[in-house]
Design a protein around this ligand. Structure first.
Ligand SMILES: Cc1cc2nc3c(=O)[nH]c(=O)nc-3n(C[C@H](O)[C@H](O)[C@H](O)COP(=O)(O)OP(=O)(O)OC[C@H]3O[C@@H](n4cnc5c(N)ncnc54)[C@H](O)[C@@H]3O)c2cc1C
Length: 466
């Protein structure tokens, strides 16, 4: 006989544990299943460890730049990768252990450790045990996509997960993928002291962003000595006496970059292929993401999907918001929806990119009348004072409603300053609200009202590129 619960949660990512806590506090009998590391991607192989390592890389950069600030450091600046890793491990471990302990001590909550698989719409097996519930919440996340590139079987490669075990300085690191994960790792290891080449098959870096954002990021990375190779359409690998050779030419010419280490950062895939979803008749899209409605219900009544596995977000904050939406609907009689969410995220290169809403290009495609404002960080005192004048800020507003449509702040503190724009967007308030607010000096945010005072009509694509 299966052991019965009111709710089963599969995965302990950024939604599951918090939902377990709400359901258990409401008196429901909850089972939560984790097959590997408590806390999932963010805590163990994603946000926490990468941002911790980026902090070490920043320290190395500032130490090398110390003379610019009038500070003398005797001797050369070197990075001890074992200590970088130990610091990262300690911070990730504290998060993981804290979460595991919290779940295991939670009243009304039973923790199962093992791989969960659906046996039917209401039955889940974990190892030799079978558990049953009328409500099942899937929070299984995703993993690094390993592309079927020719010759990959002949060379050792790393992903964001195995990169976490590296405690030596790669002499020459090749990064495949010029998007968020690849750029963060690329800049970080360049600052640690590796030679870094980032290879991207598209014509520019992070193609989801506007061209001016991609171009400014390219300039920042090349300025730090990172080799960028764009339009690399025919990537293949070979092993030349232990050396990893990346071939880039479609015509078989001598176009290649060799390295000592290879990182694949070409995207993620959902962990839905080994979950027995066919037995529960849960619908997937053609990329393997679980199809959900605006309140995260799957096609099977009583089964929900939260976090990266539903394809409606790929961030810790979107997964956590999925928890809030499900909890609000089930427990608070509050009909929150995914479509209420405004897209927002950070890219944690240094200086960082804070992004919210539509890009300038996306606004242009909507055909609506819009205004755009832009300001280089060279005209932001706080950035100049901090010795980091790279990047710019940009905002796009609707010319008729006066509401903000989107913004990008690429520059020092951009990941924080973007929130003043985000909050006004959630309030659906006109941009004049920010303009009239008196911001603190000296900050990056204080120049947002100034930028809003210099709005210009959004040019068509032809005019914008001239
Ligand atoms: C390198 C990197 C950097 C990132 N940086 C950021 C960042 O700065 N900011 C940000 O917002 N996001 C970032 N992300 C994304 C972020 O980590 C994820 O969006 C976030 O972790 C949400 O994941 P989740 O809740 O969907 O599930 P996950 O955190 O992926 O957790 C899923 C859990 O389910 C478990 N599981 C899977 N299948 C089963 C099964 N069958 N049975 C039992 N357990 C199972 C897994 O072991 C895992 O613990 C980053 C990602 C990467 C890879």
């Amino acid at each position: 006989m299966p052991r019965r619960f009111d709710a089963i949660i599969i995965g302990t990512g950024q939604a599951g544990p918090f939902l377990a806590q709400r359901l258990a506090a409401a008196g429901q009998k909850v089972a939560i299943v984790e097959r590997k590391l408590f806390g999932g991607t963010c805590v163990n192989t994603g946000c926490t460890p990468t941002k911790t390592m980026i902090a070490s890389a920043y320290a190395a950069r500032m130490a090398r730049k110390a003379p610019d600030f009038g500070v003398t450091i005797a001797g050369t600046v070197t990075v001890d990768m074992r200590r970088v890793k130990a610091r990262k491990d300690a911070i990730s471990e504290a998060h993981k252990v804290g979460l595991e302990k919290w779940l295991k001590q939670m009243e009304n909550c039973t923790v199962y450790e093992g791989h969960a698989q659906f046996e039917s719409e209401r039955l889940v097996s974990v190892g030799s045990e079978t558990i049953a519930a009328d409500q099942i919440f899937i929070n299984v996340g995703g993993r690094a996509l390993v592309p079927a590139l020719p010759g990959l079987e002949h060379v050792p490669y790393l992903t964001n997960s195995s990169m976490m075990d590296v405690d030596v300085l790669p002499e020459r690191l090749i990064v495949i993928g010029g998007s968020y994960v690849g750029l963060e790792f690329g800049q970080m290891f360049r600052r640690f002291g590796s030679e870094v080449a980032i290879i991207e098959q598209g014509p520019r870096l992070i193609q989801r962003e506007d061209e001016d954002v991609s171009a400014a990021i390219q300039e920042i990375l090349e300025g730090e000595g990172i080799q960028l190779r764009l339009n690399a359409k025919c990537i293949a690998f070979s092993n030349r006496g232990g050396e990893i050779v990346t071939h880039l030419s479609c015509t078989g010419g001598p176009n290649e970059i060799s390295g000592t280490h290879l990182l694949l950062a070409v995207g993620r895939r959902p962990n839905t292929d080994d979950l027995g979803l066919d037995k529960a008749r849960v619908e997937l899209d053609r990329r393997g993401y679980i199809v959900v409605d605006d309140q995260l219900r799957t096609n099977v009544p009583g089964i929900w999907a939260l976090g990266d596995c539903n394809g409606r977000g790929a961030f810790t904050h979107t997964s956590f918001n999925d928890f809030e939406i499900v909890a609000a609907n089930l427990l608070d009689n509050d009909p929150r929806r995914v479509s209420d969410r405004i897209p927002a995220y950070g890219l944690y290169i240094d200086p960082p990119l804070g992004r919210v809403g539509l890009t300038e290009d996306e606004v242009r495609k909507t055909g609506r009348r819009a205004l755009v404002g832009k300001r280089p960080m060279t005209k932001v005192s706080r950035a100049v004072e901090k010795g980091e004048p790279r990047g710019f800020m940009k905002i796009v507003v609707d010319a008729d409603t006066r509401e903000i449509l989107g913004a990008a702040i690429l520059g020092v503190g951009g990941d924080e300053a973007i929130h003043s724009i985000l909050d006004v967007m959630y309030a659906k308030a006109p941009y004049a609200v920010i303009q009239r607010a008196v911001h603190i000096h000296p900050t990056v945010s204080e120049l947002i009202p100034t930028m809003l005072g210099e709005l210009q009509p959004l040019a068509s694509r032809a005019r914008a590129s001239t």
